[in-house]
Design a protein around this ligand. Structure first.
Ligand code: GLU
Length: 293
């Protein structure tokens, strides 16, 4: 595996062309004279020019979180590992906010090269975008105020007000399975739901357990608890533009992250102190076959 690094001052000039460069597929080194066309189909491990635009959440502590110029969380760690395997240094990553409702459109419209944003692989989404992975399995759960003891699962939501996020599988599942029984309030992001829960306008928030655990821990007062009764399986995929040729190299990178221990270390580091216990005893999920591009 060749890992030719492009270390020219010319990179600075290329930086000015970042926007143009970013429209290329991440593994496409184009006319890169240092690595040669052949290597672009190799493993993508050669140094890449320009930047790679990676979509994440900005408001999900422990998963995808922006604090000034700092980006942290499990999605950020997996994305950084994968980007490095594709030949991009951490400095070449441009983090872009991809709210739940905008993910497909942002991939289709070429605003991001790939998305690591608690993005469940579903049949409906599979029809419009491509996915690598999955790299994690979460489960939909409920977050309630600590003094709210009569909600122990989705069947207890009769007559309750529930907050979730537009464009998420969580809101969709509630609409499909519980719409007659609950009043669903949809927000652009889960952090907005927290204000509704703390303010008493809703009785619960629903989304993936790992997201809820991170939100509750970050709020810090112990005022909210995750019910701990997951009722779905959410396979987090790497969202890719339709027809992408990057699924295979990304899956190779994810497999390497599973194998060398850094995947497990990333989960532990990012969920520490949140009380989150992963569904499957921290066994990495099996990667899917990539769709033919
Ligand atoms: N994993 C679910 C989804 O992709 C919920 C989390 C989210 O909205 O990002 O819709």
């Amino acid at each position: 595996m060749k890992r030719t690094r492009v270390a020219f001052a010319a990179i600075a000039a290329v930086g000015a062309l970042t926007l143009a460069a970013c429209t290329a597929e991440p593994g496409d080194t184009g006319d890169d004279e240092t690595t040669g066309a052949e290597e672009t189909t190799d493993d993508g491990g050669g140094g890449q020019e320009g930047t790679i635009r990676i979509g994440i959440k900005f408001d999900q502590p422990g998963l995808g979180f922006q604090d000034g110029a700092e980006y942290t969380g499990f999605d950020v760690d997996v994305a950084t590992y994968v980007a490095e395997a594709l030949g991009y240094t951490a400095d070449q990553i441009e983090w872009v906010e991809t709210p739940s409702a905008n993910r497909e459109t942002m991939l289709e419209g070429g605003q991001v090269d790939m998305i690591f944003a608690t993005y469940s692989i579903t049949d409906t989404r599979d029809e419009v975008v491509d996915f690598a992975g999955p790299y994690f399995v979460a489960g939909q759960d409920l977050l309630v105020r600590a003094d709210e003891t009569d909600i122990t699962g989705p069947d207890d939501l009769n007559g309750k007000n529930l907050c979730s996020v537009a464009g998420s599988t969580s809101a969709q599942r509630i609409q499909d399975d519980f719409a007659d029984q609950v009043q669903l309030i949809e927000q652009p992001g889960y952090s907005e739901c927290i204000q509704y829960l703390l303010g008493g306008q809703v009785d619960a928030i629903t989304t993936d357990d790992i997201i809820l655990a991170g939100l509750a821990a970050a709020e810090g007062s112990g005022a909210m608890v995750v019910v701990g009764n997951p009722f779905s399986e959410e396979n987090y995929g790497v969202g890719l533009p339709p027809g992408s040729d990057q699924c295979e190299p990304i899956n190779e990178a994810i497999q390497a992250m599973f194998d060398d221990g850094s995947w497990e270390a990333a989960i532990e580091a990012n969920t520490e102190g949140t009380g989150f216990t992963p569904n499957a005893d921290l066994n990495p999920p099996e990667l899917r076959e990539c769709a033919a591009s």
